[in-house]
Design a protein around this ligand. Structure first.
Ligand code: ZN
Length: 160
């Protein structure tokens, strides 16, 4: 059986950045389970996994355009410190949910000044080429319910 659109796949993975630093890994956890072809994982990884079989190992690098996007400088902006009224102390690295014309987005504080705060609305991995090492554990067809929901259901989990 090979991975195609609508396959439910479980895989172990390790994600590294350009410098080789591990950003995320399923090591020591259950493998990641997802529904192929429904945007549950980044587009570049979906493409790379297409056609793989159980037991296959893949090392692949994925450009920002096919991962979390290129950095958009206009998503960096200065906000008056007074806008953070409910926060005791605004610190670099804090993340907040903000409303944008495109819907809710996560912003990260990158600089705190006397009266203003510089925030960045880019995904933390935007602009980065990502390196995945994956091992395919299982592949099966999606159930009708999974297709309807657009995601995989782990065995033994109650329906939501
Ligand atoms: Zn569901």
């Amino acid at each position: 059986m090979k991975i195609t659109k609508d396959s439910v796949v479980s895989m172990h993975y390790t994600l590294r950045d350009q410098a080789g630093t591990v950003l995320d890994s399923s090591e020591g956890r259950e493998p990641l389970m997802f529904l192929q072809g429904h945007g549950q994982i980044i587009p570049g990884l979906e493409k790379a996994l297409d056609g793989l079989a159980i037991g296959d190992h893949l090392d692949v690098s994925i450009a920002p355009e096919e991962a979390y996007g290129v950095r958009q400088e206009e998503l960096q902006q200065d906000i008056p410190l007074s806008a953070f009224g409910g926060v005791d102390k605004v610190e670099v690295g804090m993340q907040f949910q903000a409303q944008s014309p495109q819907g809710p987005m996560l912003i990260t504080v990158v600089e705190v000044g006397e009266e203003s705060v510089k925030v960045d609305g880019n995904h933390p991995l935007a602009g980065q080429t990502l390196f995945f090492a994956v091992d395919i554990e299982t592949i099966r067809d999606a159930t009708a319910e999974e297709l309807e929901h657009g995601h995989a259901h782990a065995p033994g989990h109650h329906h939501h």
